[in-house]
Design a protein around this ligand. Structure first.
Ligand code: F6R
Length: 608
């Protein structure tokens, strides 16, 4: 949700700011801008749309200041156009902002009464005017920024630049992340370490309520009252990770293809493949055997990974699981018995609703476990135990490899909880882990189906509505298939538990309606076959994703059958995610949409 960068440098910073913004574009991409100071002149370039437009603007009219701030936007207040693009100016002050200033209405009324006029529809502009008013009242820049920050309510990360200070940026964080990057005689601010990776790997993360004063030679951090605070300087792993598309056309397909490897990394981090035993629990700060209940909160695809794991936790560990969409959970006021385990699943580790749910559970005496892809993220830092997904940076907005890595962590944890509670014995543990060692091999086989799936996608791209059906763990996977398809192809798709079909959605079935059925030959395969009969009887077009056994037994005339290899049931959600992702990817490709940066979306959702 908006990316922020700031540089107090020694050479013209505009190209460096744009370079950093490219690495932040996953956070939002509806407009962008940079501002720099040169010879006591504050100047900016802004452009609607993607960064290429800003680059073109800068090429036509370069900026050469050595201190500057930049922003890539995901609109909250005001349509995405150039006027609403950041940086926002008020006289000698420039501001970039990520998040929402919740009391902006009150502040705007107050500033308007004081004679300030607003040129944009954004909440951000109040910050620029507040700081500017402080300066006019005689405050020094740092003081003016601090006073303004104290007035703000909501979730925000800010970088503030002053026309008359060529060696200063003030940053602030309350909610969305902000990091200081330490260079040699240069200093940086950024929404994440990856943005700063080309410049430095020495990073200090601000904590909520912190604000900072950044000069070329030093950076100081303060709490809201203005007391200096110490935050750890850490080496970021962001810089060592390659973030490019390689030979692939999109990040999404590159990330789909990385799955055999990252699933293998993640599983082998939590499972000892040699002895066939789980290693989770050995260094946890709580005893898995004493946990009586698990509650899971997450959003979007991460929530669906959680929903799949509910089946695993209940089946393998015999432990009840409550699972909620985090935006619902945080306001639900759910009573929680002390000592429960609360799990939060998030690729970014910054999702506002998931973080709020975590804080609720913490206040209510739960052990907090974070399944995150970014170990320096806020959710990770506020947790008792971090179970990292080793997916590497996920850049495509549609989550793919993070999802299968989340499943890899969750299945390992379910086995560990089952073992700790005595619900599975050593023999069963070995059998499950032996099966999981095969996950990367089956994932590779699933990738081989791409050509066939591409052909199916060409048909799907001609329709406006698609249903996805599945039972058991394939029900959440059906939801994931529908989510993936709609977010990148803009075709309307719904996922249903196959058994729910006759309770309503069957009314939609006619000869124009494709129905994707995810049905490996499992214990309840026959039940799903009956649901397919119901679809076929009404002329629906069935696209069946099954295995060799399922394909040989099914007597239904499906329009397409994608035949996966037969595999142990424990693997199916992880491996079947791949054809589901490929179907969405190729349908979007056939539709000609922007696969990596679909409209209206952003990779990291740090607002409610
Ligand atoms: C869908 C997708 C989103 C995210 C959701 C949560 O492809 O990527 O639904 O899963 O926004 O994000 P994280 O995992 O960062 O908390």
């Amino acid at each position: 949700m908006c990316g922020i960068v700031g540089i107090v440098g020694t050479e013209p910073v505009a190209p460096l700011l744009v370079d950093a913004l490219k690495r932040l574009e996953y956070r939002g991409y509806d407009s962008a801008g940079v501002a720099t100071i040169e010879d006591s002149q504050l100047d900016r370039r802004r452009a609607e749309g993607k960064l290429v437009n800003l680059e073109a603007r800068l090429k036509a009219s370069p900026l050469s200041g050595t201190v500057g701030i930049g922003h890539t936007r995901w609109a909250t207040h005001g349509v995405p156009n150039e006027i609403n693009a950041h940086p926002h100016f008020s006289d000698s002050v420039a501001v970039v902002h990520n998040g929402i200033i919740e009391n902006f209405r009150v502040l705007r009324d107050e500033l308007e009464k004081d004679g300030y006029s607003f040129s944009s529809q954004t909440d951000t502009e109040v910050v620029a005017h507040l700081v500017s008013r402080g300066l006019k009242q005689g405050l020094k820049p740092v003081q003016a920024a601090h006073e303004a920050i104290k007035r703000l309510e909501g979730a925000f990360a800010l970088a503030i630049l002053f026309r008359d200070e060529e060696d200063l940026i003030v940053g602030a964080r309350n909610g969305p992340p902000l990091a200081i990057g330490h260079g040699e005689g240069k200093m940086y601010l950024g929404s994440d370490a990856i943005a700063l990776a080309p410049f430095t790997d020495r990073i200090t993360y601000l904590e909520d309520g912190d604000w900072c004063v950044v000069h070329r030679e030093k950076a100081e951090i303060f709490d809201l009252e203005g007391n200096p605070v110490e935050r750890v300087l850490q080496r970021s792993v962001g810089s060592s990770l390659m973030v490019d598309k390689g030979n692939h056309r999109h990040f999404m397909i590159k990330e789909i293809y990385e799955q055999p490897e990252v699933i293998s990394h993640t599983l082998s981090h939590y499972l000892d493949f040699g002895d066939c035993r789980t290693t989770i629990g050995e260094d946890l700060p709580f005893n898995l055997a004493e946990v009586e209940r698990i509650s899971i909160s997450a959003c979007g695809t991460a929530y669906l990974a959680g929903l799949i794991s509910k089946y695993w936790f209940e089946r393998l560990a015999g432990i009840p699981v409550d699972i909620d969409i985090a935006s619902e959970f945080r306001y639900r006021e759910m009573p929680l018995k002390k000592g429960g385990l609360a799990l939060f699943i998030s690729q970014s580790g910054e999702t506002a609703d998931t973080l709020a749910s975590l804080r609720y559970c913490k206040e209510n005496g739960q052990h907090i476990g974070a399944i995150v892809n970014v170990p320096e993220s806020t959710i990770a830092r506020e947790s008792d135990a971090i179970l990292q997904t080793l997916a590497g940076p996920e850049i495509g907005v549609a989550s793919t490899k993070a999802f299968t890595c989340q499943l890899s962590v969750l299945v390992s944890l379910a086995i560990a909880v089952g073992k700790a509670r005595g619900a599975i014995d050593v023999q069963k543990e070995k059998e499950l882990i032996r099966a999981l060692t095969e996950a990367p091999r089956y994932a590779n086989k699933a990738l081989k189906l791409e050509k066939q799936i591409e052909k199916i996608a060409a048909d799907l791209a001609k329709v406006r509505h698609i249903l996805y059906l599945g039972r058991d763990t394939n029900y959440p996977l059906a939801l994931e298939g529908a989510l993936k398809l709609k977010e990148i192809s803009y075709i309307h798709a719904e996922g249903y538990a196959a058994g729910e079909l006759k309770h309503g959605p069957i009314a939609l079935i006619d000869e124009t309606m494709p129905v994707v059925v995810i049905a490996p030959h499992d214990r309840i395969f026959e039940k799903t076959v009956s649901n397919m009969q119901e679809v076929a009887a009404r002329g629906g077009r069935i696209i069946l994703i099954t295995d060799e056994k399922g394909a040989s037994e099914v007597s239904i005339d499906a329009e397409h059958v994608v035949v996966m290899p037969d595999m142990p049931e424990i693997l199916t959600p992880i491996v079947y995610a791949i054809p589901v992702q490929l179907l969405a990817y190729h349908t979007a490709l056939a539709m000609g949409t922007d696969v990596d940066q679909p409209r209206n979306l952003a990779k990291s959702v740090t607002v409610e």
